[in-house]
Design a protein around this ligand. Structure first.
Ligand code: SF4
Ligand code: SF4
Ligand code: SF4
Length: 205
């Protein structure tokens, strides 16, 4: 067999192999999709509401308006392991509103009043900065508008609140309507992660 022929055969085998591998990968993806192991999810590193450096701009509300479910399947979720439990939380208060008699902003940020604020431990009346609060999002009220997410990041917040597609609310559309309109391609299909069903008891008591 000449060198030219053996090279052609080798190339042909390689092409056949990569096509079969590609078909195998696609088949495996479809099986995982059918089994509910592949789901739509928001990539916080791409979403403009979470991305560091995206400040001084309006929150992107497309996760609310584009979802085919009437109250979007996307909700804001507070990761309590990252939350600073701040006295003046920029995701809870509208920090541009007038200060009230308690020395706090007089307006809340959330348009659906979906966030509650509860003191942790005993109050220190001498030093408000020494008082800590738990901020719990009521996911039955939240529609994933992202306004609190935009505020809960540097320089004022710690980035503990992000948007998540809640699997038990999502219809798992073949092509997610939000992903089609997302300006940052931040809604993608990923392996399902445990613990992202709605759990209202995640917070500490
Ligand atoms: S549409 Fe995209 S950028 Fe806008 S809030 Fe949703 S994930 Fe973020
Ligand atoms: S995402 Fe919007 S509706 Fe949900 S808690 Fe945050 S501000 Fe409220
Ligand atoms: S897959 Fe469908 S139901 Fe789920 S978040 Fe996207 S548009 Fe909403």
């Amino acid at each position: 067999m000449s060198d030219a022929v053996s090279r052609r055969e080798l190339l042909s085998k390689l092409v056949r192999g990569s096509v079969l591998a590609g078909m195998g990968g696609a088949a495996l993806f479809l099986v995982k999709k059918a089994n509910g192991e592949i789901v739509w999810q928001v990539d916080a590193s791409r979403c403009v509401n979470s991305r560091l450096g995206e400040v001084g701009v309006e929150a992107c509300t497309l996760c609310t308006s584009e979802c085919v479910v009437s109250l979007s399947a996307v909700r804001a979720v507070n990761d309590f392991s990252k939350c600073g439990r701040c006295n003046v939380c920029p995701a809870y208060f509208d920090i541009t509103s007038a200060v009230n008699e308690l020395g706090l902003p007089s307006q809340k940020l959330c348009p659906r009043d979906a966030i509650t604020r509860k003191m942790i431990g005993a109050a220190d009346p001498e030093d408000p900065a020494n008082n800590f609060y738990e901020y719990v999002i009521d996911e039955e009220k939240c529609d994933g508008c992202g306004r609190c997410v935009m505020k809960c990041k540097a320089p004022l917040g710690l980035g503990s609140i992000t948007l998540k597609v809640r699997y038990n609310k999502c219809l798992d559309c073949n092509r997610c309507a939000i992903s089609l309109s997302c300006p940052k391609d931040a809604v993608t299909q990923v392996p399902k992660m445990a613990g992202l069903e709605i759990k209202l008891a995640e917070h500490t008591e």
